[in-house]
Design a protein around this ligand. Sequence first.
Ligand code: GRG
Length: 293
Amino acid sequence: MSNLQTFIQENQLVIEQKLAELINELTVPTELKDAMAYSLLAGGKRIRPLYVLAVLEELQVKNEDAVIVACTIEMIHSYSLIHDDLPAMDDDDLRRGKPTNHIVFGEALAILAGDGLVTLAFGIIARLTNLSAEQKLNLVDKLSFSAGAEGMVGGQVLDMLGEGKSLTMTELEQVHVNKTGALLSFSILAGGIIANASEEMMNALRTYAFHIGLAFQIQDDILDIEGTSEQLGKTAGKDVLSEKNTYPSILTLEGAKKHLHMQYDLAIEALESVNLHKGLLLEFANYITKRTN
Ligand code: GRG
């Protein structure tokens, strides 16, 4: 088994346990807790929390709060998926092979479960005890930027406004840097913040994160065309059928694959400058660009 596979296996378990713990300890109406838990504890690859822990592993720093910060990012990710699946947005009935949150709990509770998850994340960071006030403020600041109007929410709006129009590559990139890249990038930077990494290290991680964020989305678009039936089932090929703007639709499939490799190379080049190009972050980049689901 590769280092990354062992790392993922061990840490996914820790993340799952911590997520369950953080939800179970809430004193909130049962219906709300059930709706929050339904999506948060429904599996998924846990790429974002794993990235936080991978950066700390590479920087050889241990901090008991790291896994909790990692879980808060998964809470924000989970909220974004619940809201993205709503009838007013993508109107999806299935997510990860299971009925979407609003199908099970109804639209109102699904919206509120998402609201509950996103706000919970910030409160949890504020209450951490193994990080300095400065680190927590930095995490809250960067997380709100990445998840909010200047990041994921803004990207979702740009994506929505672009539907039915032919976007240029620059416009498409702007959608994805914000919609998908911002939160994924934050996961990588959060590891650096928790580790009190140097400015040079943070700059390298930032560049790596930027290109990995794009690579993740390009591979997502490629999987929508070439993916396994499981992956195609996720959206039922919706993006292809609805003629949404995607990397393959603008660059062709071959062009999208070339662009993916270019983003990969740029990500690894950034790691070379801080001598992190042979470890877990390299393996993670390989996984992101070759993933099949
Ligand atoms: C509603 C504010 C708001 C934002 C939604 C992230 C997002 C913005 C929408 C998700 C739609 C989508 C399929 C985007 C493509 C890339 C992506 C984020 C895929 C899902 O992330 P994974 O692959 O999912 O990490 P798992 O299931 O593994 O957690």
